[in-house]
Design a protein around this ligand. Structure first.
Ligand code: G6P
Ligand code: MG
Length: 218
């Protein structure tokens, strides 16, 4: 443990759109499905999908559809989207993590904070592995260990438990409105990054991850 004192004992990071730009890959994959079905889909609708599970994302997209889909058809559409998305992850590498992101992560870890991932994605571990961060975090709570998606706080509560901390001891960094709501619902300090998460009651709003340093470290 270094002698730098910090406002929190731990930080829980959302993955897509916070650590790495996979939010744009989710968008492209859903866009390709929506275009094939002639369903209007744009960045505004996409912002509502941030932090939300695959199945619930599809429900939001289908709000704009004229036809109805049964359970089996919805299942196939989720499989189609995930296939496109997973294919697009193949080219990810450590180069996709911005320098200010890896520098900030290392700085916080060096200051003795526990760091965890709290993501709704079932592909989180694949992504962490591709970007060279599989062993970096103290814990990973993701779509494979939760029953309820954000804005339910489950994913963050499990992450906090994994690193042995109380919600009041952790900050959550999120790019999703649903994620900020989840953090607040769980009793965490919410830090919003980017436009989609802003103005949703977060304690701090930042534009780049490097700003965490002045918020978290004293
Ligand atoms: C993250 C993303 C969402 C995505 C969800 C599920 O929360 O922000 O856009 O729908 O994970 O991802 P998955 O990889 O399991 O489909
Ligand atoms: Mg996100």
């Amino acid at each position: 443990m270094s002698d730098i004192s910090a406002l929190f004992k731990g930080v829980i990071f959302d993955l897509d759109g916070v650590i790495v730009h996979t939010d744009t890959l989710h968008y492209k994959a859903w866009k390709s499905v929506a275009d094939r079905l002639s369903i209007p889909f744009d960045e505004e609708v996409n912002d509502r999908l941030r932090g939300v599970s695959r199945g619930e994302s599809l429900e939001i997209i289908l709000e704009q559809s004229k036809r109805r889909y049964d359970g089996a058809q919805k299942e196939r559409l989720c499989t189609e989207k995930n296939g496109i998305y997973v294919d697009s992850l193949a080219s990810l590498s450590a180069l996709d993590v911005a320098a200010e992101v890896s520098d900030t992560l290392k700085l916080l870890k060096g200051a003795g904070l526990k760091l965890a991932v709290g993501s709704s994605s079932k592909n989180a571990k694949t992504i962490l592995s591709r970007i060279g961060l599989a062993d970096f975090f103290d814990a990973v709570s993701d779509g494979t260990n939760i029953q309820r998606t954000k804005p339910d706080p489950e994913v963050f509560l499990k992450a906090a438990a994994m690193i042995g901390l109380k919600p009041s001891e952790c900050a959550v960094v999120e790019d999703a409105a649903a994620g900020i709501e989840a953090a607040i619902n769980g009793g965490f300090t919410a830090i919003a990054i980017g436009g989609a998460a802003a103005s949703n009651g977060a304690r701090f709003n930042i534009k780049s991850l490097s700003e965490l340093q002045k918020i978290i470290l004293k």
